[in-house]
Design a binder for this molecule. Structure first.
Ligand SMILES: [Zn+2]
Length: 79
């Protein structure tokens, strides 16, 4: 018997057998989170900035994406 501590991870395993992402999946995996219609911070940010989304966790950020993330972090630290 296998116990899963993360409920969402369990759902992913049940539905797909294995994660489609090279990172192996998990709570912070953007692929897993999209599959579960979970809120993905970077997706939200990139959509706001009209930038393409990353295919999976191992895909490199483009310069524009990095800029958007940087801007968000800067804004956040001012709060
Ligand atoms: Zn991933």
């Amino acid at each position: 018997m296998i116990y899963y501590t993360d409920r969402k991870e369990q759902i992913v395993i049940m539905l797909y057998g294995k994660c489609m992402c090279p990172c192996g999946g998990g709570q912070s995996c953007i692929v897993d989170r999209r599959e579960l219609n979970d809120w993905v911070h970077e997706d939200n940010l990139f959509l706001e900035n009209k930038l393409p989304l990353r295919k999976d966790c191992f895909q490199q950020y483009t310069n524009k994406q990095l800029k958007a993330l940087e801007n968000f972090t800067t804004k956040d630290s001012l709060c």
